[in-house]
Design a binder for this molecule. Structure first.
Ligand code: FES
Length: 61
């Protein structure tokens, strides 16, 4: 199977939003300023994180 190298956004069943191959993805705050990120990161979609906008696993608790 060929490895996916395309920028991909997956909404998981647990509620987080996983972004992979994100080298060329711009992640911006509400004012349009860049937020430092990695090539793979998860965004919080549940509102429980203490590390917004990233998922910190709080959706499990
Ligand atoms: S989705 Fe994981 S902390 Fe919100």
């Amino acid at each position: 199977m060929e490895e996916n190298t395309q920028p991909t956004i997956q909404v998981t069943n647990s509620g987080k939003v996983v972004v992979t191959n994100a080298k060329d993805v711009n992640l911006l705050d509400g004012d349009g300023n860049p937020i430092p990120k990695r090539n793979r990161f998860s965004l919080c979609n549940c509102g429980k994180t203490s590390d917004g906008p990233f998922c910190d696993g709080s959706h499990n608790g």
